[in-house]
Design a protein around this ligand. Structure first.
Ligand SMILES: [Zn+2]
Ligand SMILES: [Zn+2]
Length: 254
């Protein structure tokens, strides 16, 4: 069983737990290592997003996580889940903050569709199919561009758009192929994100995509994408079982 969990959110972004509470829970669940990956949105508008660490307080987040660096009972790692946003502003800012803070790892996440975050409120069913397709195409393209920067250790929940009950994998197979190629080319890993089980009844990504990643030599880790303490380690046993059944042994860790 994987003894670390690297994808977790706290009150610093859109989670409900404090860093202390998450650490205590991880210890009680038998983890030997926990990494924090609060959301970081470096938006060209310069504005702060509700689900992101406030940009001006990034240093405080880093300091709080790092203050646990020398614990004997658990190893604490510093990460961030960064939204890739295609702009020169983003390119400049991400270089700046990663140089300053030296994160242990960075996760590439894409949560914006067509420049807006609030995808949860889109009326997908009322939209023209071509519009949905276009937005989801942009999702995959932005994910690919994020991976191609080569600065990320792993990519989050790669087939996130399935959360909308639209399975556009065949229509967008060219974009998905390009994402797989980018992962291979840059040596970026993927995660089995177990939050999918609670949000859309299967892991992110689908078994089909997991198999493709395996066949392409891409490394994998298991993540819970915890936003509450009771998410820590969720469905890990099932994810382990899946990887074992798929003979996916190429695991990623720090
Ligand atoms: Zn995410
Ligand atoms: Zn996340």
């Amino acid at each position: 069983m994987q003894k670390f969990t690297y994808h977790g959110h706290t009150k610093w972004s859109d989670g409900t737990a404090t860093i202390d509470e998450a650490i205590e829970t991880a210890i009680s669940k038998g983890f030997s290592e926990i990494g924090f990956s609060d959301h970081l949105v470096l938006h060209p508008s310069g504005e702060d997003f509700f689900f992101s660490i406030p940009n001006a307080r990034l240093g405080e987040y880093v300091d709080e996580v790092r203050s646990h660096a020398n614990r004997a009972d658990i190893n604490v790692r510093l990460g961030v889940e960064v939204d890739y946003l295609p702009s020169s502003y983003w390119e400049k800012k991400i270089k700046e903050v990663s140089d300053i803070y030296q994160f242990d790892y960075m996760i590439c996440g894409v949560h914006f569709f067509d420049g807006k975050f609030n995808y949860g409120t889109y009326k997908w069913k009322e939209m023209e199919f071509s519009e949905v397709l276009n937005m989801q195409r942009k999702y995959w393209q932005n994910l690919r561009k994020g991976i191609e920067t080569g600065i990320f250790d792993f990519a989050a929940h790669i087939d996130l758009p399935k959360i909308f009950n639209y399975q556009l994998e065949s229509e967008l197979s060219d974009e998905i192929d390009a994402v797989i190629n980018a992962l291979v080319k840059t040596g970026t890993a993927i995660e089995i994100n177990t939050s999918g089980k609670d949000k859309c009844a299967e892991f992110f990504p689908s078994v089909k995509l997991i198999e493709r990643c395996r066949d392409n030599g891409i490394k994998v880790l298991i993540s819970d994408d915890a936003h509450h303490v009771n998410h820590i380690g969720r469905h890990f046993a099932e994810a382990e079982e899946l990887l074992e059944n798929l003979k996916y042994t190429n695991r990623w860790s720090l």
